[in-house]
Design a protein around this ligand. Structure first.
Ligand code: NAD
Ligand code: WQD
Length: 342
């Protein structure tokens, strides 16, 4: 039987590379597209090493409609996973036009080409950032979205709406928005993982770089929040588990199991972990001492958010499996792998 092919836009990136591995493991063919604005060819090569598959790759900017059209002309795929976007919250405040331009027009191009070429299923990378500071925990897919606090967050809300409206208007088009919580960790092979450029803004890369001696000291942003230990709470989801949620979402649409043409799922563990708990676990699991200090709160931080993943558990048949300890061990193994290469 001919295998289904999936277009993976942004597939050289952190989550896209892990998802490509899981798609291949689940028996799908892929075509990976990336413009390397936040990645490089090594991730694609390492995905080839992990899977042993000769994965087709096209260096294409999804905002370049002509170039993207050639991918649609050349490859026969019925499904797409659209990761390609710019993702740094702080940078989006400084460069809103670049963020709106890239994140909106790349999705618009993928959708309009899918329509033109009669391709059916799309999974979109959304984010728990659409919930803002929730009034109640854990958040379900019914929890109201709040006004976005950054252009980046706004693009996620706008892209969800573009997808919802397109699916409603065009027969045969189906879409799933996955709202990721905080993706962390790396593939157990330590061949692929997160590649932060410059000073990491996210907690786990900052922790691993501090443990590796690249950063002097981790700042824990605030210990006076109304939480049990005073630090912020998040739902840290292992990137391999997250990758598997994409496979489940694609399979759901291919098999026609969706309950509605447009669906939204939270992808989290259902477990809230504080910054101080995470720092503590990282040290214990990896047997390393982390230099950290309590620093003032970071502007714009949500106090606490974690997922109710029941809908994904029951409908997608997906559940986060890796423990926080396994994930933190994988994050450290990846950091060490990067340092060995230097
Ligand atoms: P990433 O930067 O590692 O991956 C994104 C990839 O897309 C990169 O390889 C980049 O080069 C590529 N890209 C960007 N614009 C492109 C374009 N116009 N054409 C082709 N390629 C392009 O980021 P990631 O963490 O893997 O995130 C993937 C998706 O998930 C993004 O849409 C992001 O907004 C979303 N997301 C990420 C997180 C997170 O914390 N990492 C959380 C929620 C949602
Ligand atoms: C986690 C916690 C920080 C760094 C961001 C985006 C969100 C989504 C996921 C894409 C917070 C604390 C951090 C540090 C710290 N991305 N922290 N010291 O802010 O939950 O979410 O990534 O959609 O949109 O906003 O993730 O990893 O930056 O922070 O104390 O050096 O760690 O204050 O409580 P965040 P994060």
């Amino acid at each position: 039987m001919k295998k289904s092919r999936v277009l993976v836009s942004g597939g050289a990136g952190y989550i896209g590379s892990h998802t490509t591995v899981e798609l291949i493991a689940a028996g799908y063919d892929v075509v990976v597209v990336d413009n390397f604005s936040n990645s490089d060819m090594s991730a694609v090569e390492n995905v080839r090493r992990i899977t042993g598959a000769d994965i087709p790759f096209e260096e294409v900017d999804c905002c370049d409609r002509t170039a993207l059209r050639r991918v649609f002309e050349h490859y026969d795929f019925d499904s797409a996973i659209h990761f390609a976007a710019s993702k740094a919250v702080g940078e989006s405040i400084e460069k809103p036009l670049e963020y709106y331009g890239n994140n909106l027009s790349s999705l618009l191009n993928v959708l309009s080409l899918m329509r033109e070429f009669g391709r059916h299923n799309i999974v979109f990378s959304s984010s728990c950032t659409v919930y803002g500071e929730p009034d109640k925990q854990p958040v379900t897919e019914q929890t109201p979205r709040k006004s976005a606090t950054s252009p980046y967050g706004n693009t996620k809300q706008m892209c969800e709406d573009i997808l919802r409206d397109s699916v409603a208007a065009y027969d045969g088009l189906k879409g799933i928005a996955l709202r990721y919580f905080n993706p962390i960790g790396a593939h157990p092979s330590a061949l692929i993982g997160e590649l932060p450029r410059g000073v990491p803004q996210n907690l786990v890369p900052y922790i691993t770089q501090t443990a590796a001696g690249i950063r002097e000291c981790l700042s824990v942003f605030g210990d006076d929040y109304p939480t049990p230990d005073g630090s912020c709470i998040r739902d840290y989801i292992d990137v391999v588990d997250l990758a598997k949620a994409h496979v489940a979402a694609i399979r759901r649409m291919i098999e026609g199991k969706e309950k509605a043409p447009y669906e939204v799922f939270n992808v989290g563990t259902g477990r809230g972990v504080s910054v101080l708990e995470l720092v503590d676990r990282f040290q214990k699991v990896n047997g390393v001492k982390l230099n950290y200090r309590i620093a003032p709160r970071r502007a714009g931080d949500i106090i606490a958010i974690w997922a109710d993943p029941t809908l994904a558990n029951t409908e997608l048949g997906w559940k986060a499996e890796r423990t926080l300890d396994e994930t933190l061990a994988a994050a450290w193994a990846w950091e060490k792998h990067l340092r060995e290469k230097e």
